[in-house]
Design a protein around this ligand. Structure first.
Ligand SMILES: *Cc1c(COP(=O)(O)O)cnc(C)c1O
Length: 347
């Protein structure tokens, strides 16, 4: 049983894509972001299931990530690369037929010189100050870039998960200022941008986290379950302690279950005592510190010795676990370790 079983519901994934797709008009294309190995779930399987649901365009962070996706999808669907055309990427972009989102004049020059005629998009910086051409830079090369028929003009929102944040309208205005009147498809919104409404949809949306069941898409179906096998149990007398640093002490006789899985598997140490593992619907608190490969759990209140305990399940989804760890669902998902058996259902 190893370090536990990560069950990935491909039907829920597809349902989330369709639900996000329905939130925009029929004329708006809904792409799928599958960077970071499909948010930790397996980019190939995830991309295939999303393609079957109807996605025709996929986004990865760096060219290397395009390989697994191209392998899974075959030659048709478009695979776009957020980091653009970096030094050393040329061969991979060509061989895997990837579409770089060019982020600077330097990248544009590299692209047209090394891969003339190869498709590309342009990423514009509408205020996040992270990636993309800034307004003045764009103004200086827009004419040249547009003469080469870019496939997409895109930008990214910094605060889309906060609908009332003033940065949203500011970035929308900046993006329009840079792109209005140009005859090229445009994209601004990811999951949060879809939820901000039609002004933010343009021609193409790029959801990631919502597909995988995470906030801010509150209506998402849960995609992942993570079950950790119990390796051993211990009966403790009152006063005995558990784990590194002896931080947990039994105030009465207690039963501790040790499960396989720890911070090396993405169950980050910071979640500590606020996290729960579940036996069905019954929560069982973490007892003491999360170890590299093991978590100790107080199961004193259970009537039986469980064979396994769930750490991601209907009672505790990705965002609830993230909250216990003081982080966001994105980090929980993309930290999910390589030691789990990934079991795909549906699809
Ligand atoms: C990660 C990313 C997305 C997807 O964002 P979600 O919040 O996961 O929907 C879209 N666009 C860019 C540029 C990104 O980096």
């Amino acid at each position: 049983m190893g370090t536990g079983t990560l069950t990935i519901d491909l039907d829920a994934l597809a349902a989330n894509w369709r639900a996000l797709d329905r939130l925009s008009a029929d004329s708006v294309e809904t792409a799928a972001v599958v960077k970071a190995d499909g948010y930790g779930l397996g980019a190939g399987r995830v991309a295939k299931a999303l393609a079957a649901a109807g996605a025709r365009r996929f986004f990865v962070a760096v060219a290397e990530e395009g390989a697994a996706v191209r392998n899974a999808l075959g030659p048709g669907p478009e695979i776009c690369v957020f980091s653009g055309h970096m030094a050393g990427d040329t061969e991979m972009l060509h061989d895997l037929q990837l579409t770089p989102m060019l982020n600077s004049v330097e990248q544009l020059t590299r692209h047209v010189e090394s891969l003339p005629g190869h498709p590309f998009g342009i990423q514009l910086d509408s205020g996040m100050n992270r990636l993309g051409m800034e307004p003045a830079e764009w103004a200086s090369v827009a004419e040249l870039a547009l003469s080469l028929s870019p496939r997409l003009l895109m930008s990214h929102l910094a605060c889309a998960d906060e609908p009332d944040h003033a940065a949203n309208a500011r970035q929308l205005a900046a993006f329009r200022e840079m792109t209005d009147g140009l005859d090229v498809p445009r994209s601004l919104g990811a999951t949060g941008g879809i939820l901000l409404g039609p002004d933010y949809h343009f021609d193409l949306t790029r959801p990631g986290i919502g597909l995988y069941g995470g906030l801010p898409f509150e209506a998402a179906s849960a995609v992942v379950c993570l079950s950790l096998p119990v390796i051993q149990t211990r009966e403790l007398a009152a006063g005995e302690t558990v784990g590194y640093g002896c931080t947990w002490r039994a105030d009465a006789p207690a039963r501790i279950a040790t499960v396989s899985g720890g911070y090396a598997d993405g169950l980050i140490r910071a979640m500590g005592p606020r996290a729960r593992l579940y036996f069905g619907d019954t929560p069982c608190p973490v007892a003491g510190r999360v170890s590299m490969d093991l978590i100790t759990v107080d199961v004193s209140h259970l009537d039986e010795i469980p064979a396994a305990l769930d750490i991601l399940c209907p009672a505790q989804g990705v965002d609830a676990l993230a909250e216990a760890a003081g982080t966001i669902g994105y980090e929980i998902l993309t930290s999910l370790g390589a030691r789990y058996e990934r079991r795909f259902i549906g699809g």
